[in-house]
Design a protein around this ligand. Structure first.
Ligand code: IMP
Ligand code: MG
Length: 178
């Protein structure tokens, strides 16, 4: 698995420090609110897990399964909800937890969809952001790292469902997907 990685860009330590900082900010900003974290599976699995441990105020969690990629490295532009949230979020303060925002198409779709459920607030926390690749206007409230335009795997991120279990984030060698 590691032989397919060209370069490690974020180590487990670096990710951990950033996650702690974001968790602390969220805990301050959402004091007294009705916080619900909604993780977008499967990519957000590791970030969600580490982030929620760093949130020190009461919160609930839920998950959605959304697909837009198939087995390619670029979004197809078609977003499908494969699993919806389980309970009402009306009047609640929602934070969508995402691994990476690339074109922004997936999350802008999810955001519009969740708005219809009448939350009090609806914001995004993403570990990674590829700002140069944005195709729609979408601004996360919390963001870990701005990263260059390369295809990344590890820490939940996959290529064709593999590499999610790497504890770090690395650039996938081009010969693996070309
Ligand atoms: P968007 O709709 O183009 O913003 O795509 C967002 C989704 O694409 C993320 O939730 C990831 O699952 C996936 N994605 C985007 N860039 C990468 C990458 O570099 N590696 C792995 N998955 C990615
Ligand atoms: Mg994803």
């Amino acid at each position: 698995m590691t032989e397919d990685i060209k370069e490690v860009i974020l180590t487990e330590d670096k990710i951990g420090n950033m996650t702690s900082k974001i968790g602390e900010k969220i805990s301050n900003d959402y004091k007294g609110k009705d916080l619900v974290l909604i993780g977008i599976l499967k990519g957000s699995v590791m970030f969600m897990c580490d982030l929620m441990k760093k949130i020190t105020i009461p919160c609930s969690i839920d998950f959605m399964v959304v697909s837009s990629y198939g087995n390619a490295t670029e979004s197809t532009g078609k977003v499908k909800i494969l699993k919806d949230i389980d309970f009402s979020i009306e009047g609640k303060d929602i934070l969508i937890v995402e691994d990476i925002i690339d074109s922004g198409i997936t999350l802008s779709y999810v955001k519009e969809y969740l708005y219809l459920k009448k939350p009090r607030s609806l914001e995004i926390v993403t570990l990674l952001n590829k700002p140069e690749r944005r195709k729609v206007n979408l601004q996360p409230k919390y963001m870990g790292f701005n990263i260059p335009d390369a295809f990344l795997v590890g820490y939940g991120l996959d290529f064709a469902e593999k590499y999610r279990n790497l504890p770090y984030i690395g650039v996938l060698k081009e010969e693996v997907y070309k």
